[in-house]
Each structure stands twice: as structure tokens, then as C-alpha cells.
Design a protein around this ligand. Structure first.
Ligand SMILES: Nc1ncnc2c1ncn2[C@@H]1O[C@H](COP(=O)(O)OP(=O)(O)OP(=O)(O)O)[C@@H](O)[C@H]1O
Ligand SMILES: O=C(O)[C@H](O)COP(=O)(O)O
Length: 398
């Protein structure tokens, strides 16, 4: 049993850092509540013990102090629903008399949601005095914000030093995220296949390099594949390319060879004559994409090639879509890879999906229950697989 599960919160006030950085539409309605639902088991366990919960989070990237658009008050109604009607109070500031009084008046079994931490610039600066003020609001610190674990901010990392080791811990979500990511990175049953996609090679260089040490196969799809294809001397038409990364792409291909890692690139594309949902399309070989056309999805032959490797894998990591899946005409490759992962999972493979867009894709296709684990981390998950130390994790462990 973990430190959190063993801890009896009865009569305690727990300061819980969550990542409630959820997307809101212009009516301030939550369009994807995944990150909120993911924190519910942690909150419920504390309440069930007879403790109270002081929730703190950021929302968006406010630059000029309090801003209506980024207020966490928009989340209260939905939070009450997710917690089956539990009392949720809201403090219009996360520090100062308003927060202190609200925290002091909180009863066992109740929740207090603090206003957006980033309304104070001290949060992102990792200011020690600000962190100490936050720490004074409760007796125990629980970090359940995996999505923000890569930020060395006041509430995610600096605050931990104000609690003794037996009063700072990870929540259930953080435990699950770290456990599953560790299992893939350091305890993967082989063959281990990493599938990387998305727009840019530059965002994924470090993760490719680190995975070369761990994976048997690295599949590269999406826009980033065309930089590799051009580096190999292929005609890629108007496809997305980072010309300043051609040499690096060649180096990565050579490194994979030396390490005995199979780096698998798409062999065909669904090409379009413009970047638009109503573009004319044709399936073309990646040896020669016609001038004026751009690859916006992987083609059927690539799907077959990728699916073959995926089907033989025992561990699968997926980050980044295979094409412009937001447009129906170019979502087939991403859907087919998701299906292949689901099939491998049903036959016993462990599959972990992370990164904003691949998670959105899996949700859109209704497949999130059919993979082993869907991470709530975008940047945090990437940095974890890049092999970096995450400040939110190391501060609690220190
Ligand atoms: N062939 C392509 N040409 C142009 N854009 C593409 C192509 N394939 C995928 N994309 C775009 O790449 C974007 C996703 O890239 P990104 O690198 O952000 O992925 P991610 O890692 O899943 O997401 P996040 O960065 O949110 O974690 C999508 O908007 C998708 O439309
Ligand atoms: O959405 C995220 O990746 C996290 O909530 C962190 O947000 P940030 O990139 O604004 O720090």
C-alpha cells in the first residue's frame, strides 16, 4: 500500500495540488473534464477518511493577474457533480485573508477550491514566500498534478519543503501516472514499440534519443515523418518539413541502425492539394510526392506496415497523431493505429497513450477504455520519456 492509501486523513486538512487546466468554451463550459475526473478518487479518499480538501490549481496562462476567463470558479458546479453533491466552497484568492479564513472554516467532508494560482506571478516564479503561505493552509500536502509535474512552480515543487516527509505525498492519480510511465520506460516487456507522431520533429528529438536506449521499434508518423523522408532524399512536395533538422534526422536514422533499433517510417501518404478539409486527395508513394501536394495522413500501406509491428509488441507507447486527424479526410491513419493498439492490448500488450492530441484522438474514436492507460500529461509525459527529472515528483521524494 502506498503512503497516500495508508494515510488516515481524519481531522486533517489536505492541501491538494491538482491539474484542473481543462479546456473551456466561450460560455465557460468545460469541453473535456478528463483531468477533473482523474483527480476524483484522491479527493474522495480524503473525504471518506473524514478529512477536508483544499484544492489548488492553475487554469491557462494568465499574464495580468485575475482574469474572468481563467477563473477556477467556472469549475465549481461541475466539481460538485463529480463529487456526488459534496459541499464545494470557493475562495476568490489562493493566499491572504480570504483563503486563510475559508481554509480555517472548512469542516471535515468539505472541499475548498482556491482561485487560480497563476493570478499571482509568484506561482510560476517558484517564489518561496508564496509557497510557504500556501503550505500554511493545511496540514498535509498531496501532489496529484501529473500534468504540471514538469513545472518547478511554487505549488508543484517549492511547497513540498514546508512539510515533513510523512506529510507530503503523491495522490492516487500521480501514483498511477508515475507507475505506468515507469513500467513502460524502465520495465517494458519486449518487444517495446514507441509510436511518435504530430507536427514537428523539433518537439520530439529528445524523446526519440532517449527511446533509442529503451525501445525495439520506433514508428514515426504524422507531419514529422516528412523531415526524415526528405533527409533520405525523397521528394515530399509541399509536406511539412523542418529544413534545419535534415542533418539531425539523418543522424537519428544512423544512430538507430547502430543501436539495432528499427526506426520505421511511413511508405505512402494521403496527399492533398491544399491544407483544407475539402482538398482534392490522392494516395501516393512516399518515394515521390508530386509537386504542389502535401502528405496529410499516412496511407494504407503504412497502416499495414505499422500495424504488423504493433501486433507483435508487448509494450506500446503512443504520442502524437499520424495525420491531421481533426479533418475527417485525414483521420484514417490515426484511427487505424489506435485500432491496432487496441487489438494488441486485447491480446495482452500493455499500452500507454499520452500527449494532448493522441489522447483527444483516442477519446474521439471512443477507444480510451480499450487501451491500458491514458495519461493526463502532455508536456509532463514527454519530459518523463525524455528521461528528465520532473520537479513535481522529485520535490515530494526529496
Ligand atoms: N502530415 C501532417 N501535416 C501537418 N500537420 C500534421 C500532420 N500530421 C499531424 N499533424 C498535426 O500535428 C498536430 C499535433 O502535433 P503535436 O506535436 O502537438 O502532437 P501531440 O504531441 O499529440 O500533442 P501535444 O503537443 O498537445 O502533447 C495536430 O494538430 C495534427 O493536425
Ligand atoms: O496543460 C498542461 O500541459 C499543464 O497543465 C501545464 O500547463 P502549462 O504548459 O501552461 O504550464
Amino acid at each position: 500500500m502506498s503512503q497516500f492509501s495508508n494515510y488516515n486523513f481524519s481531522g486533517k486538512k489536505a492541501v491538494v495540488r491538482v491539474d484542473f487546466n481543462v479546456p473551456l468554451n466561450d460560455k465557460y463550459e468545460i469541453t473535456d473534464d478528463t483531468r477533473m475526473t482523474a483527480a476524483v478518487p484522491t479527493i474522495k479518499k480524503i473525504l471518506k477518511d473524514g478529512g477536508s480538501v483544499i484544492l489548488m490549481s492553475h487554469l491557462g496562462r494568465p499574464k495580468d493577474g485575475p482574469t474572468e476567463k481563467y477563473s477556477l470558479k467556472h469549475l465549481v458546479y461541475h466539481l460538485v457533480k463529480l463529487l456526488d453533491g459534496v459541499t464545494v466552497k470557493f475562495a476568490e484568492d489562493c493566499i491572504g485573508p480570504v483563503a486563510e479564513q475559508a481554509a480555517a472554516n472548512l469542516n471535515g467532508g468539505e472541499v475548498l477550491l482556491l482561485e487560480n494560482l497563476r493570478f499571482h506571478k509568484e506561482e510560476e516564479k517558484g517564489d518561496k514566500t508564496f509557497a510557504e503561505k500556501l503550505s500554511k493552509l493545511g496540514d498535509v500536502y498531496v501532489n496529484d498534478a501529473f500534468g504540471t509535474a514538469h513545472r518547478a512552480h511554487a505549488s508543484t515543487a517549492v511547497i513540498a519543503q514546508f512539510y515533513p516527509a510523512d506529510k507530503r505525498m503523491f495522490g492516487l492519480l500521480m501514483e498511477a501516472e508515475v507507475g505506468n510511465a515507469e513500467k513502460v520506460l524502465n520495465g517494458a516487456e519486449k518487444p517495446f514499440t514507441a509510436i511518435l507522431g504530430g507536427a514537428k520533429v523539433s518537439d520530439k528529438i529528445l524523446i526519440i534519443e532517449n527511446l533509442m536506449e529503451k525501445a525495439n521499434n520506433i514508428i514515426i508518423g504524422g507531419g514529422m515523418a516528412y523531415t526524415f523522408l526528405k533527409a533520405q532524399g525523397k521528394e515530399i512536395g509541399n509536406s511539412l518539413v523542418e529544413n534545419d533538422k535534415l542533418e539531425l534526422a539523418l543522424e537519428l536514422l544512423a544512430k538507430a541502425k547502430t543501436k539495432g533499433v528499427q526506426l520505421i517510417l511511413p511508405v505512402d501518404s494521403v496527399a492533398a492539394d491544399k491544407f483544407a478539409a475539402d482538398a482534392n486527395t490522392q494516395v501516393v508513394s512516399n518515394d515521390n510526392i508530386p509537386a504542389g501536394w502535401m502528405g496529410l495522413d499516412i496511407g494504407e500501406k503504412s497502416v499495414a506496415l505499422f500495424s504488423e509491428t504493433i501486433s507483435q509488441s508487448k509494450t506500446i507507447l503512443w504520442n502524437g497523431p499520424m495525420g491531421v486527424f481533426e479533418m475527417k479526410a485525414f483521420q484514417n491513419g490515426t484511427k487505424a493505429v489506435a485500432d491496432a493498439i487496441v487489438l494488441a492490448t486485447s491480446k495482452g500488450a500493455f499500452s500507454l497513450v499520452g500527449g494532448g492530441d493522441s489522447v483527444a484522438a483516442v477519446n474521439q474514436f471512443g477507444l480510451s477504455e480499450k487501451v491500458s492507460y491514458v495519461s493526463t500529461g502532455g508536456g509532463a509525459m514527454l519530459e518523463f520519456f525524455e528521461g528528465k527529472d520532473l520537479p513535481g515528483i522529485s520535490a515530494v521524494k526529496a
